[in-house]
Design a protein around this ligand. Structure first.
Ligand code: UD1
Length: 362
């Protein structure tokens, strides 16, 4: 009987990682059901990505919805356990670093089911980020750890993980990007601009939850908008924080173009034509490197250092003068050109599937 690998997704950044893995597993003859925890549920944050990416309809949806970290994680665990008992897969495969990732890895590990982590070993070394806690713990629980950059192995070895469990296979999110870039929706049809604009995304709690920090960052965007158009597709969390902090007037006065969360093909089109991307997202740091578009990351650290050392990314922190200086530099010089990191070549999903098919033992 063929082996079964149960893949898990929950939140937006998971969706663009899972397609190439499932396709690879099925091509290897493995059974590859998909479980959705329901961490993200809005059409704009969820349904649309399944359509855009042609993802298989989830076989199970736990429909957990939003909550505090403890509530959300606990609820996923509680609802995942009976599903695991029912499906009895040979392995549970989780991606990335969201609450769904750690919740399902923990349930599987305690039941003696093998855990596979795709995008293992990334570290910001900042435990104030909820994702960092999810990364460290998921890696500790995993039997197979697939990494996107070679440096991730050093992080894992430092935490006592056996290097024999770690495989450098490349970046599945870039598999998805390369497979879809030709279908990207042109920016001109969405925002009436061919290019020359700044594309901004902000959603990290550390940037949007504190009104002073949010006001400072929006102040930077207002100053950028004096030079070039600024386009801001806003995560629901960001929109509600802007409204709660009474900052919507400032956004409007500055002419910042606020958009709802975008679909995958729309976001690809917006990124590809941007003069610069300003973001606190993990995924956009990698996607801009793959697209060769300069990226300014509004954080003090990154768990994806290869985007800085080899790609187009610059860490600018949250100090207004540093952000504006880096922005001015991109306008003056065109920004970092970068090069493609090793194995970001569209074949990561295949490599992962082959290794699992060869080494998964009952
Ligand atoms: C989660 C991930 C984060 C990722 C982000 C991308 C964790 C710890 N964080 O953060 O790593 O970068 O997704 O989006 O898992 N909401 C909606 N509709 C939805 C989903 C959420 O309106 O479909 C709102 C709710 O008010 C919710 C808030 O967004 O409380 C936050 O959602 P949540 O899933 O808790 O975390 P994210 O901030 O989205």
């Amino acid at each position: 009987m063929s082996k079964t690998v149960l893949s898990v997704v929950g939140a937006r950044p998971n969706f663009m990682k899972i397609g190439p893995v499932i396709a690879g597993l099925r091509a290897e003859g493995l059974a590859a059901p998909l479980l959705h925890t329901g961490q993200h549920y809005d059409e704009a944050m969820n349904g649309r990505f399944f359509a855009d990416l042609g993802l298989p309809r989830p076989d199970v949806n736990l429909e957990v919805g939003s909550g505090s970290h403890a509530q959300q994680t606990a609820e996923i665990m509680r609802r995942f356990e009976p599903v695991l008992d029912d499906i009895r897969p040979d392995a549970v495969l989780v991606v990335g670093d969201v609450n769904s990732t750690i919740a399902c890895a923990l349930v599987a590990a305690k039941k003696g089911t093998k855990v596979v982590h795709v995008e293992a070993g990334l570290r910001s070394y900042d435990r104030a980020m909820p994702e960092e806690i999810n990364r460290v713990l998921t890696d500790q629980l995993s039997d197979f750890l697939f990494t996107t950059e070679r440096g991730a192995l050093d992080n894992l070895v430092r935490e006592g993980i056996d290097p024999a469990r770690v495989f450098f296979t490349g970046n599945v999110m870039i598999d998805t990007l390369l497979a879809n870039v030709a279908r990207a929706v042109p920016a001109s049809t969405m925002i009436g601009l061919e290019g020359g604009y700044a594309l901004v995304t902000l959603h990290r709690p550390s940037n949007v939850d504190e009104p002073d920090v949010l006001a400072r960052l929006l102040g930077c965007l207002a100053r950028m908008a004096e030079a070039i158009p600024v386009v801001l597709p806003a995560h629901p969390r960001t929109l509600s924080r802007i409204e709660a902090a009474g900052l919507m007037g400032m956004v409007e006065a500055a002419g910042i173009r606020l958009l709802p969360p975008q679909g995958y093909l729309e976001m690809l089109g917006l990124m590809r034509a941007a003069k610069v991307v300003v973001t606190d997202s993990g995924g956009l740091q990698e996607e801009t490197t793959a697209l060769g578009v300069p990226c300014l990351t509004v954080r003090e650290n990154t768990e994806r250092p290869i985007t800085v050392t080899q790609g187009t990314n610059t860490l600018v922190g949250i100090d207004a003068s540093a952000i504006m200086a880096a922005f001015g530099d991109v306008l003056a010089t065109g920004g970092k050109a970068g090069r493609q990191p090793e194995l970001w070549d569209g074949k990561a999903g295949e490599r992962i599937a082959r290794i699992l098919a060869e080494t998964l033992v009952l």
